[in-house]
Design a protein around this ligand. Structure first.
Ligand code: NAD
Length: 258
């Protein structure tokens, strides 16, 4: 059921749209009859490909400037400058800071922070040039507000995403582009399942121990589903959030309250 008919035929770019939170975001906008472009490392085609009436797919590596430039050129050539950008693509690596690999730190910052910088730089520039008011939603994390054991690179990368959110929000406010971040808590995706395995190994526990620990930390009594995040992304992409910009909105079942 469409909640916001205003999003019908609006162009929505979703990075990381292949699976997990990004996939839920893409499906949510398709339900709104938006035109959705999913851009993801998992897709092979460097030319934009039409999958169905409202859905396009294209390869993207957010950490690679050439790839972001190619995406931008493809959007321009196909008359698909976005009204809404949702940057979901991200990765995580786990280890205690003093034992971690510098290459893991670099990779995490390259995708989560540099990737957010590149995608917003290129896409928001086109939105401004096209004089297109719109919404930008960046997926940060509660790790953008708190520290977490064995996640220093990820925590640093997501704090930086909130810094980019606040700065870009000020810079494009007069272009009538709102920029907000969503800070999910623990969401059941393949990233989270891999983190439970890695975390269990590092801490000498089992993934089930960590799952129980995860559930016990959430005041609402359950971990999140991708749709919980997509619902808030939809709100931040609609007129209902017109007076919000530069915010980092927690979607954590109450686990983070700051
Ligand atoms: P996921 O691993 O299920 O999905 C991530 C998607 O991003 C994949 O489709 C992957 O191919 C794509 N991707 C990875 N690197 C990319 C790159 N360089 N360029 C383009 N696409 C790339 O993960 P998820 O749990 O759905 O996470 C999505 C976002 O939500 C991430 O930014 C993550 O940090 C954030 N997040 C997740 C959780 C959680 O608990 N799952 C919590 C807080 C924040």
């Amino acid at each position: 059921m469409s909640l916001f008919e205003e999003l019908t035929d609006k162009v929505v770019l979703v990075t990381g749209g292949h699976q997990g939170i990004g996939e839920a975001v893409a499906k949510t906008f398709l339900n709104e009859n938006s035109v959705v472009i999913c851009a993801d490392l998992a897709f092979d085609n460097n030319d934009i490909a039409k999958e169905s009436e409202q859905l396009y797919k294209i390869h993207l590596d957010v950490s690679d400037e050439d790839s972001v430039e190619n995406l931008t050129a493809q959007l321009i050539a196909n008359n698909l400058i976005p009204n809404v950008l949702v940057n979901v693509a991200g990765i995580s690596t786990m280890n205690y800071l003093i034992e971690s690999k510098t290459s893991d730190f670099d990779k995490t910052i390259a995708v989560n922070t540099r990737g957010t910088y590149l995608i917003t730089k290129y896409i928001v520039n086109e939105m401004v040039k096209a004089k297109r008011p719109g919404k930008v939603v960046l997926i940060a994390s509660q790790a953008g507000k708190n520290g977490y054991r064995a996640m220093s690179a990820y925590v640093a990368s997501k704090h930086a995403v909130l810094g980019l959110t606040k700065t870009l929000a000020i810079e494009v406010a007069h272009d009538r582009i709102n920029v907000n971040a969503v800070c999910p808590g623990i969401v059941e995706t393949s990233m989270k399942h891999r983190e439970r395995k890695d975390g269990a190994e590092i801490r000498g526990l089992t993934p089930d121990d960590i799952e129980q620990e995860d559930n016990s930390q959430v005041p609402l009594g359950r971990t999140g589903q991708p749709q919980d995040v997509a619902n808030v992304v939809l709100f931040l992409s609609s007129h209902l959030s017109d007076y919000m910009t530069g915010q980092g909105i927690n979607v954590t079942g109450g686990m983070t309250m700051n």
